[in-house]
Write a protein that binds this ligand. Structure first.
Ligand SMILES: [Zn+2]
Ligand SMILES: [Zn+2]
Length: 219
């Protein structure tokens, strides 16, 4: 999650891949995290020699759920909805891309950036998000964020990411589940995602509520 406002600078993008601006429109603002995801996605596509796929032949595994994931979805076509984007939030800026076609896998590690302004930015961020920043501090914060975003977009690729060929097999393809009605709320729910509570097949939120009630009753 992050924290800057739109910036209007245009970026032409890299070759045949969607431009950074398209990612900004999708994500809602420009930020260093989004820019990093953009560089990671383009590096992976180039390493695998693929253009944007419209099917499930490319699979991405993201080890973070931060801003960069939106650029990954935009550039690679690996999306949460298609099931070829898997988020395993280990809090690491690492993305693995697996081509089902070639069987090749690329692991992208985002390098830690030297940013002499980081502590200033962190202090300003706290003020901006607690609503205590002066107008001057706000514009200073946004200027620093924009500069950091532009830096990520303009540095040579090897300074931003490390690209490694690895052995990895893709997670299983998205399965189609049969739909059943939850015995508690009546809403349709995928069969495989239901829980049995008191011999009733219920959805996960209802299962949680029932489990809470049972615990309270036992007290
Ligand atoms: Zn962001
Ligand atoms: Zn339910």
């Amino acid at each position: 999650m992050c924290d800057t406002h739109d910036h209007q600078k245009t970026n032409p993008g890299l070759g045949e891949y969607p431009a950074f601006d398209e990612c900004v429109r999708f994500h809602g603002h420009a930020c260093p995290g989004l820019a990093t995801g953009y560089r990671a996605a383009v590096a992976a596509m180039q390493a695998l020699g693929v253009k944007r796929p419209y099917d499930e032949e490319l699979v991405a595994v993201a080890e973070t759920d931060a801003c960069g994931v939106d650029a990954i979805q935009m550039v690679t076509g690996c999306t949460a909805g298609k099931g070829n984007l898997v988020i395993r939030d280990y809090g690491k800026h690492v993305f693995t891309f697996i081509s089902r076609d070639s069987g090749r896998a690329i692991r992208i590690l985002v390098r830690e950036q030297d940013n002499p302004e980081r502590s200033v930015m962190d202090d300003l961020r706290k003020k901006v998000f607690s609503g205590t920043a002066t107008p001057n501090e706000q514009s200073r914060f946004h200027a620093l964020m924009h500069a950091a975003t532009d830096r990520v977009l303009s540095l040579p690729q090897h300074e931003i990411v490390e690209v490694r060929e690895v052995q990895a097999s893709p997670p299983k393809k998205a399965r189609i589940f049969a739909s059943v009605a939850c015995s508690c709320c009546g809403e349709p729910v995928a069969d495989a995602k239901t829980r049995m509570i008191d011999e009733k097949q219920v959805c996960i939120p209802c299962a949680d509520t029932l489990a809470r009630k049972i615990r309270t009753a036992e007290r």
